[in-house]
Design a protein. Sequence first.
Length: 132
Amino acid sequence: YRKDLRNNNPNYVDQYWGNVQVGMADIPKQRIILKELRDRFGGYYREAKAYGVHKGKHKDYIFWRLTSQKAAEFCKVILPFLRVKNRQAEIVIRLQQIQKENRGKKKLPSNKILEEKANLLLEIRKLNKRGL
């Protein structure tokens, strides 16, 4: 079930295993919280200035990203506290479980596993559309 999900790349379903990304306006209290999360869970953290056509219209921003196993670990910790994004967190955790179960195997995952993964990716894309 190698259905192309991006740019006609037949392996894209196999490559994506879930990530968590947080971006927000640069407010000192939020910066402290994201730095503490980065220190505890790892990941990529960046502070950036608004520039170009955005300068003056937008605030500076901060950005934190976790991928793969770190993202799943973070989702497991925060899942009991989530109200809105709980299904997305469950999907990231499940994608990482699928990846772990198939890591190191010489043969490709079964069609059943690839179909489950493709369905999870489609579901998370629907959930992540603005307004949901």
